[in-house]
Design a protein. Structure first.
Length: 205
């Protein structure tokens, strides 16, 4: 039940983590999702990181053929809660990442279930400081150490824009520990090479 591109990436790589940022929990039942994650984890020698989200993109629902009306945000968050708990029970060794930044419910679900959180589409360090402070308060309420949760950020880069290393460093100083970056021109390997030579060295080996 592992699609061919992920199977190939599992076979051809040794260190990168494999998964999605993020899969909408309404697309598959929790048992199937847990089984797919376990298959990928086995194929990659323990490198699966399962990203879960409540789903917000109406175009995706439409493209996948899900009939309207689509569930509202409250129902989707309830399903996210239930799916995370079910996947945790069925596949306890698979790290869970939750994407989103809703402060009242979603970040509380992160504090309750997740091994990692993901925030998107901001290069403002203040945004991350605030969201991580909210997450920390939820962890305190639940008696969980917030340091157990990997804090990640995702946004799009060219790879060679001026000041990128400084931008990333400021976000790290705000509390982000891991980046999952989209490249604006993914077929332009030169931009990725410049990122590797000009930006990555600023963050150690």
């Amino acid at each position: 039940m592992l699609d061919e591109p992920r199977r190939d990436r599992a076979r051809e790589t040794e260190h990168v983590r494999l998964g999605q940022i993020v899969t909408c929990v309404l697309y598959r039942n929790a048992g199937l999702l847990a089984h797919m994650a376990q298959t990928l984890d086995a194929a990659s020698a323990g490198r699966c990181l399962l990203g879960l989200g409540a789903g917000w993109d109406e175009e995706e629902y439409r493209d996948h053929g899900y009939p309207e009306p689509w569930p509202g945000i409250g129902e989707r968050l309830r399903i996210l809660d239930e799916t995370a708990a079910a996947v945790r029970a069925r596949a306890p060794g698979i790290p869970l990442l939750m994407g989103g930044h809703g402060e009242r419910v979603l970040l509380r679900l992160v504090a309750e279930h997740a091994d990692a959180c993901n925030f998107t589409d901001s290069t403002d360090p203040g945004f991350y400081r605030h969201k991580l402070d909210v997450l920390r308060r939820h962890c305190d309420d639940l008696g969980r150490d917030p340091d157990e949760i990997l804090k990640t950020a995702t946004f799009t880069v060219n790879g060679d824009e001026p000041g990128l290393a400084e931008t990333l460093a400021a976000i790290v100083a705000a509390g982000i520990e891991y980046f999952i970056l989209y490249f604006e021109r993914p077929t332009d390997l030169e931009g990725m090479r410049r990122f590797a030579t000009d930006v990555l060295p600023a963050f150690g080996p």
